[in-house]
Design a protein around this ligand. Structure first.
Ligand SMILES: Cc1ncc(COP(=O)(O)O)c(C=O)c1O
Length: 400
């Protein structure tokens, strides 16, 4: 009989899509589900970006492009890295892919020897471990405490690095916690990394523009220029410019690494959509003032939902620096029973209870390698947040 790859045995489908599927099913049954499980902004793609995409179609920009991305887009990315991060790359040191997600995977394929270890601070984005597995490596999880704001501590990083370590992933601001490293905190980590010259640094900066309270975003190669030669600085237009469906991610890095990634792309996906590349060029080169306006709207929502969550029975959460997620602890609700007699054994049970009995979709912490917590996305309207908070407040209070 034809067999599936054994790689799939060590590989879980996304828990986020399971919640999403259940929520869809309940919606189809006529229930009014408030979805706080989604990882994308509810804002629209800006008009000038849409117009650039329409112009690209009208003007027949519908052919293959250079595998690494068009020269125009790579030059716009060079300007972005210089303007916003003080990082100096040539256009040939830039690679564009169909989203930051495939780019992360292709970068890991380029960096990893079979069995190579990837250090992942947890809670972490749900997709990193699966990508590491598929790229032939193994994940080394380093738990970060809620009391440390879910931030990796330098001593914990030092202890996790071994001769087998190939890559350290740093994601700031983080999905799922929203935690972001200040310049001093990042420097303490890059000081550790400096002592281990065999280790690649993979900086996932996709939430760069979503930070609050005058927080100043930094990225590792900016804080420690000596790491430039072994750091991939990765970003994209999905979250900042509300372009999740356009599928454009990009990265800057040392020439050998970028060439390696391009080699993989050339035999794999080829170039990302030519239309989306033109739209992304318009996004990066166009007006940027709406980014702060959108972050201000998200901050109001964060403040609202944070204060409501901290008033709910059994949930506790600190104020994160960025992204659009909260990751409250729900330990005090574990072991309680619903009015229907169902025991809440873990955060997955809690998420199912919120969804089935109170119409609120959240994601269980296990999806992010950390429990007992739930991830709440507040990238939705105030009206939805109020409805969801009312539902969760009742749900927590009703547990016995
Ligand atoms: C931490 C993190 N990195 C990367 C991505 C992927 O973004 P893209 O839409 O560019 O593939 C996401 C999307 O949710 C994310 O949360």
């Amino acid at each position: 009989m034809a067999q599936l790859s054994s790689l799939l045995d060590n590989f879980q489908p996304s828990a986020i899509s399971e919640i999403f599927t259940l929520a869809e099913r309940l919606n189809a049954q006529g229930r009014d589900i408030v979805d706080l499980s989604i990882g994308e902004p509810d804002f629209l793609t800006p008009d000038h970006v849409k117009q650039a995409g329409i112009g690209a179609i009208t003007n027949d920009h519908a052919k293959y492009t250079c595998v690494a991305g068009t020269v125009e887009l790579r030059r716009a990315i060079v300007r972005k890295f210089m303007r916003e991060n003080g990082l100096n790359y040539e256009a040939c040191q830039i690679v564009v892919d169909s989203g930051a997600k495939p780019l992360l995977f292709h970068a890991l394929q380029a960096m990893l020897e079979p069995g190579g270890e990837v250090i992942i601070p947890t809670p972490c984005w749900a997709s990193y471990p699966g990508m590491v597995t598929l790229a032939g490596g193994s994940s080394v999880f380093v738990p970060c405490k809620q009391d440390d704001g879910f931030k990796l501590q330098p001593a914990a990083l030092e202890a996790a690095i071994s001769g087998k370590t190939s890559v350290v992933i740093l994601n700031s601001p983080s999905n799922p916690t929203g935690a972001a490293y200040s310049a001093d905190e990042m420097k303490a980590l890059t000081d550790v990394l400096l002592r281990h010259p065999h280790v690649w640094v993979l900086a996932d900066d996709i939430y760069e523009h979503i930070v609050y309270d005058d927080f100043k975003f930094v990225t590792p190669a900016q804080v420690e220029p000596k790491l430039y030669e072994r750091t991939l600085t990765l970003n994209g237009v999905s979250k900042a410019y509300s372009m999740t469906g356009w599928r454009i991610g990009f990265a800057g890095g040392p020439q050998n690494l970028i060439d390696g990634i391009i080699k993989i792309l050339s035999q794999n996906s080829g170039n990302p959509s030519s239309i989306s590349q033109i739209a992304a060029t318009a996004a990066l080169d166009g007006p940027q003032d709406f980014l702060a306006e959108r972050a201000a709207i998200l901050k109001k929502r964060r403040d609202y939902i944070l204060s409501r969550i901290n008033q709910m029975r059994g949930l506790s959460c600190h104020a994160p620096e960025g992204a659009f997620y909260l990751f409250p602890n729900c330990q005090n609700l574990i072991g309680l029973h619903t009015t229907k007699g169902f025991k809440i054994k873990n955060s997955a049970d809690l998420a199912r209870y919120f969804l089935e009995d109170y119409n609120v979709a959240v994601v269980p912490g296990a999806a992010f390698e950390f429990d007992p917590n739930i991830r709440i996305s507040y990238a939705t309207s105030m009206e939805n947040l109020i409805k969801a908070c009312d539902g969760m407040t009742k749900a927590c209070a009703a547990l016995r």
